[in-house]
Design a protein around this ligand. Structure first.
Ligand SMILES: [Zn+2]
Length: 196
């Protein structure tokens, strides 16, 4: 799996142009059907998404191209999940967060408990991204919590990405920068900036 633009037209043109790279060997990715459709989001924001599949021309591995508006194995938009994480860092509890983002409390609890486990890894990874995007970056000051520090790194890295790469939504950037695995149970490392 690898993350791509949320714009399917752009993904198609990148696949045809051969500019998408294999996350394993950096070979060119070519079109290879579609993954199974899945519903994402709730209420008026609910959409049916059918991610593109691709095959590497070099190592022949197939990869699902996950839009950066999503996170792997999550049925809500990255921006909604990210908003919940930001509210947690601001000191809100599960119940008000659930009300604010329109999901049930158990879903919020799942996001928060998973993010608490990976927060330090996310902070370190997004800080590397920030430094890679903006070599003039000053040191990030500790916020007093692991989640707060991780969010701060997302904010700074996505700010650098917005000016350099033109990626506006910070949680879409966080999804892209982690290969969609921001909230995954996985031992594989996040993709490095050099693979972006
Ligand atoms: Zn490959």
């Amino acid at each position: 799996m690898t993350t791509v633009s949320p714009d399917p037209v752009r993904v198609e043109s990148e696949l045809v142009a051969g500019t998408l790279r294999c996350p394993s060997c950096s070979g060119q990715l070519a079109p290879w059907g579609w993954a199974r459709p899945r519903p994402v989001g709730r209420g008026s924001a609910r959409r049916r998404v059918r991610p593109r599949r691709s095959i590497c021309q070099q190592c022949r591995a197939t990869h699902v191209l996950l839009p950066a508006s999503m996170l792997a194995r999550r049925g809500d938009w990255a921006a909604v999940i990210g908003r919940a994480l930001e509210l947690r860092a601001a000191g809100l509890g599960q119940r008000p967060i659930a009300a604010a983002v329109g999901v049930c409390r158990s879903t919020v609890r799942g996001w928060l408990s998973r993010f608490a486990v990976v927060a330090e890894e996310v902070r370190a990874h997004l800080t590397r991204w920030a430094l890679w995007l903006d070599v003039g970056l000053v040191r990030l000051e500790p916020s007093g919590s692991a989640i707060g520090d991780a969010i701060a790194a997302v904010v700074v890295a996505s700010g650098a990405a917005a000016s350099r790469l033109g990626i506006g939504c910070r949680w879409q950037f966080a999804s892209a920068a982690t290969g969609g695995r921001l909230l995954c149970n996985t031992s594989s490392p996040f993709p490095g900036p050099w693979m972006g």
